[in-house]
Structure formats: structure tokens, C-alpha cells
Write a protein of this length. Structure first.
Lengths: 449, 449
């Protein structure tokens, strides 16, 4: 038994300062729970002169991460620098030096998780990554331990706070995407380069992690269909509301009949659904289990202190393993490595969904009949139609035609739209938004139900 | 390392059959996660002839729980019989026989938890109780491990599915309490004796467990102020809706300034709040942490399979401890026994809240002035008033007067109402419902803010 557990922190930025603050503020509480203190022994950052809003002894600061990785007194390396390289290199080095690792780096885990966890397994060290998905929401622990006997049929939700903030503002204020994005950047809710957030890429990284844990299979990031929120318009948000829906950027993974479905895209969900009430920078994730039914986890998806809190819970968990000599007590990726399988990931064309379709068409007889005819010939059945009359605009703009379909095959929808978009009556490519409807077992349906 | 983990089940009822079904259905999945099979070795129940909807080998059934407790092959005793005695006796016996224990028995833990956990600590065995609160929601694990570095300021929510079902039906259909209760009994959502559910007693048991874990202090059940839903009327539900609120039975624990507040009562919450959307037999629990902010956990609060799922997650967790020789790796009650404190629990008169008050008064001049005068003299400030005109009813019934107060002291409210109820203008005792308002840090406010 050690008299204290020593952490080496690489990356003294937003989350890093949160962790340092929590370990200091909650020192007594953590000792009452863990039995020994948990301390930051050394901190590495490229910039060790910048003033942070938390004071640390200057002699624990260094610009050289290798000094932490090689330090025999350090038990756990905490990687909070982000990015792929050199974070990957530092983590692998730490593992080969028999250090346990905690990281919040979803991009790295989504791209190189298999390599990192293979190494950790070989060296019998722990790798905690609760902070990589859902900020302060203990969702990783829930899948790995809370639902350890659950056959999970779906895991889905809102996992990117920036996109959700932007969609919430667009919905509440009727504003355009670019307008809200600019404001979000000024307020610090969006990065200077917001691509990863608004393109859905960050959500896809998180979905890869969640689905890997839920299903015991690798989920390569490049096999996740990913669509961002940059093409969502106030017009479609308004139509969605008229039809009783909200538009949210959802990350969705389902398991059915030995196949996995994994996709990220703007999604219409019934407005009385709990997910539809998740606003601003909050995240919320549903787990649908065969025994447990639907469960939802909601909380702050980002920020210095919430994400710091998730990091601290991982540090305490690993510290308990160190004190008991029982590392890798729970398999890193929920399933024992030798029992993991390689399930096929469906392409987006293989999924079934309901759809919202919006057309801008010439205001003349026969157009509705032509469009619905094409859809019908592709086995797509229409649930409802809104045709908007001309509102004094010149007929050159055309009129808007909105259709909600019953459940259909994505491949059929794509084929039908490609045909419709070629028609001379159609003034611009059709807008498509997938719809998740509620059934008895929660919000999503399975593949091919 | 054992080649399998053997469970002895005492109590083969609703949850017991759920556990047996999950262990059989998810046998492969559990083995892929745990490494060895988890099996039911023996089952004790008073009635071993009744036909259940799951088949078990007849030779593992017994009417004598001692045969399980004394069986050297059994690793974990699973107590699902409920009630205080002989469940307490069986559990203590199992612990003294060095068996680990899993239980869903909230009434027992609320009343005799300290004794049971003392014994478990002495014998170095695990006691899992995830299924005791919130059915399939992994809330116990969240407090003990997910938020292990969190200074929790409040834990509150809907923890009794029967009451929530009844309130949901009353709200949606405008029906009376007794009418809905009778139907719930017919449908199997309420027990033949529903007292514990509708009186708030069951919620208080669960709150005692949650607050004990969150604050590292004993929370004696008799110090929890408890009020049920049996006096909630469709009239007050309608007024609440007019004012923008829903009425839910909440269990609320807060920590402020070294004191604990713990209470169960019907509560008005803003209808746009997520808790207000929790309907039917679902449960939802908020954790407010100083670092993490607000988090919400939502799911099925009862039922054979959801509760069975929580039991199975405990069995797997303890099995992992057995395989690694690391029992009591996490303190039973979240804090190490020697660091637990004894924080004072405030009486209900010491809390601050906002209030909904409804009076039935004589329809004559001066009544509003008299009532608001008494409130004013007790430092209670009124936020809004609804005075309902006579609707053709005879003036003998009086008219209804509804007031929403600003935050006030409960002691002042009680004193004022006791005074007002004596007035000859007042036709029946005033109705009081506490209100939880939203502030920056989530739904509840602290004591004496």
C-alpha cells in the first residue's frame, strides 16, 4: 500500500486546470474515500510561464513530458494535451514504462484505441477514459460496469455541446447557422476552428468509443456515416416544429441481428421526448438494454470542472486498483480481449428510417403527383405533406413542399431523390433529415424492423 | 481464480425470476465480460412448488435459506425476499459465514444499514445494493464511483414508480387519487397494500440510502420528513398547471453549511424541467455536484428485468473482486468507515422553500386582506394570487384562493397557516405544497440561501 498516489499531468490547459483545482479543493473528501491523498507530482506543458487561474509550485512544472514518463515516483500519467501526435507516443511510452494512464482524448482513442489498449493489456496497466465522452456524465463506467449484464440494443444521444448550443440558439431565436456560430466563438462555446464540432466529427469519435464498449467490437471511425449541422436551416427547424419535432445532432449506434449501425447526423425527434429538452451545451445519452429498457444520462458535456470531475473519478478508480494490486480488474473495452468480435458495420444505405424531405419546386400542376409517383415507385410511403402556397414571392423561387415518410430503406430514398433532383420542376436539391420515432422500447427502432 | 462464481438466491419472486432469466439469457455475454460463468447454485423460497415463468432444475430448490448460507460452494448470497426479518438475520448470518451479499432491500438497509455494513466491514465481504434505489438506473455506482471526487450539494428525484404512475394518471386524466390507485392495483402497478408507496415511506428509504452515500453520514429514516401523495387532489394539479408547474413526489437531500436536509413530499416543479417530463413508472434522480454541476439519471425504477439487471451488475462486480482477491475495494458506504461523520439533519421547520397555498374562504370583503396580512406579519412575501370567482356554487362552499409565495421559512409558514386556519372566514384547512424553483445551479436551492 502506497502512502499517496502520484499523478503526472501532460497538458495544463482548460481540463488540466480543472483537475488541479478539484484535487486541491476536494483533497479531504478524496482522502476520506480513497484512504490516501491523490496528488499532482509533476506537470508538463509547452508553455509553463503563462499565468493560469490556479497556482502550482513552480518546481513541479516542466516542458519535457519525458521527465514525467521516466519518473519512477509517478503512478499515473494524465494526458490532457489532445490531438493525435505526440499524445499517442507519450501514452504508449507511459504504458511501456508501466504507468497507468488517464486521458480525455476521444480523437486519439477513436483512431488508435486498439493499439493503445493492446499495449495496456500486455503491460497490465489501466487506461481510464471516462472524460472522453459526455464530460461529467459517468457514461463509460455505466456501460462497462452498470450495464455489465445487459445486451445493449442501442446507444445514442447528444454528445457534442457546441453543436447542441448552436442548434438550440437557431431554434429559440430563428437565427442562421453562421450567425450563431460566430457568436458561439466569441463566447468561447466554439473553437476558433469549429470544424470537428459542427461537422459531426467529434460526435463520431465519441460514438466509436461508446459502440466499441457496448458491442465488444472495433468500430472504425471511417465506417461511421457522419453529417454535420452546417446545412441545417431555420426554415427546416420551423417546419420540424410545425410537425411536432426538434432537430438535434444525434450520434446513434444500434445492434441488430449480428450487425452494427453507427451514424451521426441531424435528426428529427418528437418534441415531447426527453432528448428534445436537452438544450445549450448539455449532453444526454440513451442506453437501451434488453433487460433494463431505456435509461438516459444527462449532464454537462464539456468544461473545465465537469470534465475534470470525470478525470478525477478515473484517477481514484485506478488508485484503488494500485492500492489493491488489481489492475485491469475490469476489461479496458468492457469485454475480455480474446472474446471481442468483429461485427460488420452497415453502410448508411442499408439502414431503415423515416425521413423528412423538403423540395423547392415549380408552382405548377402535376409536381406533387410526379414527386409522390417517384417515391411510390421506390417503395416509399408518405405519411404527411405540407405544401406551402406562394407568399407573394416571385414564382421563380418556386414553392416549398415538405413530406414526412413512413419507415423506408435509405438506399431507396437516395435513389428516389437522385431521380427527383434531376427533374426540371425541382429548383434545388431536396433536403433530407432522418427521423427517429418512439416505439415501445424507447426512441429508436432497430435495423430492419 | 475460481472457474465459476456461484450464487445462492433467497426469495424467488418477481426480481428473483428476473435475475435467473438474465443470467441464463446473457450467459455468453456475461462470460465474455467476467471471464468465468456466473451461476445460480441454489434457490430458497417458502414456496418451491408454485409454477414460475422460468424453469430451474428442481434439485437446486429448497425451503431452507440456511442450506445456502452454510453451503461452502456458494460465493454470494442474493437476498430478494424483502422485509426486515428474517432478511436481516439471513444477511448477517451470510456475512458471518464470509459470504458476499447482494440485496435490493431498501427498507432493511434504511433501518439496519449501519449494522449490516459494520459486520461486512469486519468480515471483509462485499454488500451490493445497486437494485435498492432506482431499479435499473446505476445510481449507487454513480455516487460511489462516478462522482467519487464530487462535493455533492444535492441529490433528489422521483424514486417511487407507483406514486409517479398515480400522479401521472391524475394529471393526464383529471382523475381522483383513490380512483387511479384502485386501477393501478388491478394493473399490478400498485401492491395490495400500497401504503409504503403512496405514503412516501418507500421514497424515504431510498433517500436515506442516497444521502448516506452522498454525504458520508448516517441518515436515520425517522429524521426524514415524509409526506405522501394521498392528499393530492386534481384541483391542485390543475392550479399547478395554470401556474406553470407539475406536481411530483420528490425525495430531496441537500447539504449546506455542515447540515443535511432530507425530505419526501409532493413538490411543484416548473413544467419545462426534465423531472416534470418523467411519467408513469419511470424514476429519475438528479445529482448536483460542485464541480460537475447538474446530472440526471433516468430509467425504469422497478420491474423484474430492470431491477434484475441492477442485481446482475452487482453480482459481476463482486465476482470481479472475488477473482482478484480485492473485496471491499470501494468502501461500502462510499466513505471509509473511520472517516464517516454524523452531520445534523434539519427538521422540516428549519428549511426554506417557496410555497403553493390554497384556501377555501368565505366570499366576502376583507378576506384576501386578512390572509395576506397574517402572511406578511410572518415575513412571507406573496409572488402571485389567483382568486376564483363563485361559479354558481352555493356561497356556503366558499371560493378558492391560491397564493404562490417567495422563498420563506417553513416555521413561519406553519405558524401563519395555523393562525389562518383558525379564522372564521376559512372553511377548511389550507393546502400547502412546497415548490422547488430553478436557479443557476439546477433545480434546487440550498438551505438558507
Amino acid at each position: 500500500m502506497k502512502d499517496r498516489i502520484r499523478v503526472g499531468l501532460i497538458g495544463f490547459g482548460t481540463v488540466g486546470t480543472g483537475v488541479v483545482r478539484i484535487l486541491s479543493k476536494e483533497k479531504d473528501l478524496i482522502t476520506r474515500r480513497l484512504g490516501v491523498p491523490l496528488t499532482i507530482a509533476q506537470i508538463a506543458d509547452r508553455d509553463i510561464t503563462r499565468k493560469r487561474d490556479i497556482a502550482v509550485p513552480p518546481d513541479i512544472l516542466t516542458t519535457d513530458p519525458q521527465r514525467l514518463i521516466q519518473n519512477p515516483d509517478i503512478d499515473i500519467i494524465l494526458e490532457l494535451m489532445g490531438g493525435i501526435e505526440p499524445a499517442r507516443d507519450f501514452i504508449l511510452n507511459a504504458i511501456y514504462n508501466k504507468k497507468h494512464v488517464v486521458t480525455a482524448n476521444k480523437a486519439l482513442l477513436a483512431a488508435h484505441g486498439e493499439e493503445i489498449f493492446d499495449a495496456a493489456c500486455k503491460e497490465n496497466v489501466d487506461v481510464g477514459f471516462e472524460a472522453s465522452v459526455g464530460g461529467g456524465i459517468p457514461i463509460i463506467r455505466a456501460i462497462k460496469e452498470g450495464f455489465s449484464g445487459e445486451n445493449i440494443s442501442a446507444v445514442f444521444g447528444i454528445v457534442n455541446g457546441t453543436s447542441n448550443y448552436i442548434l438550440t440558439q437557431m431554434s429559440e431565436k430563428g437565427r442562421e447557422f453562421l450567425d450563431v456560430l460566430k457568436e458561439a466563438q466569441t463566447l468561447g462555446y466554439a473553437e476558433a476552428d469549429p470544424t470537428l464540432d459542427v461537422s459531426g466529427g467529434d460526435s463520431a469519435h465519441k460514438l466509436a468509443i461508446l459502440a466499441t464498449l457496448a458491442y465488444g467490437t472495433p468500430v472504425p471511425i471511417e465506417e461511421i456515416y457522419t453529417e454535420g449541422i452546417d446545412h441545417v436551416t431555420p426554415l427546416d427547424i420551423t417546419f420540424a416544429e410545425t410537425l411536432g419535432y426538434k432537430i438535434k445532432l444525434l450520434a446513434i449506434a444500434k445492434h441488430f441481428d449480428g450487425k452494427i449501425e453507427a451514424r451521426v447526423h441531424p435528426t428529427m425527434i418528437p418534441k415531447e421526448e426527453m432528448l428534445a429538452q436537452v438544450n445549450g451545451v448539455f449532453n444526454a445519452i440513451y442506453i437501451i438494454g434488453e433487460s433494463v429498457g431505456e435509461s438516459l444520462f444527462y449532464g454537462r458535456g464539456a468544461g473545465s470542472m465537469p470534465t475534470g470531475s470525470a478525470v478525477v473519478s478515473d484517477l481514484i478508480d485506478i488508485a484503488r486498483n494500485i492500492q489493491n494490486g488489481t489492475n485491469t480488474r475490469v476489461p479496458h473495452l468492457a469485454y475480455l480481449p480474446k472474446t471481442r468480435t468483429r461485427l460488420p458495420i452497415c453502410p448508411i444505405t442499408a439502414i431503415d428510417s423515416s425521413y423528412y424531405l423538403r423540395f423547392r419546386v415549380g408552382d405548377r400542376p402535376g409536381v406533387l403527383s410526379e414527386i409522390s409517383g417517384v417515391l411510390g415507385r421506390h417503395n416509399i410511403s408518405i405519411a404527411s405533406v405540407i405544401q406551402e402556397g406562394r407568399k407573394g414571392s416571385s414564382s421563380g423561387d418556386g414553392v416549398l413542399l415538405v413530406m414526412m415518410t413512413h419507415q423506408a430503406k435509405e438506399a431507396d430514398i437516395q435513389a428516389a431523390l437522385s431521380r427527383i433532383n434531376q427533374s426540371p420542376f425541382v429548383f434545388e436539391p431536396a433536403v433530407l433529415i432522418r427521423v427517429e420515432e418512439k416505439n415501445n422500447n424507447g426512441l429508436t427502432r432497430n435495423i430492419r424492423t
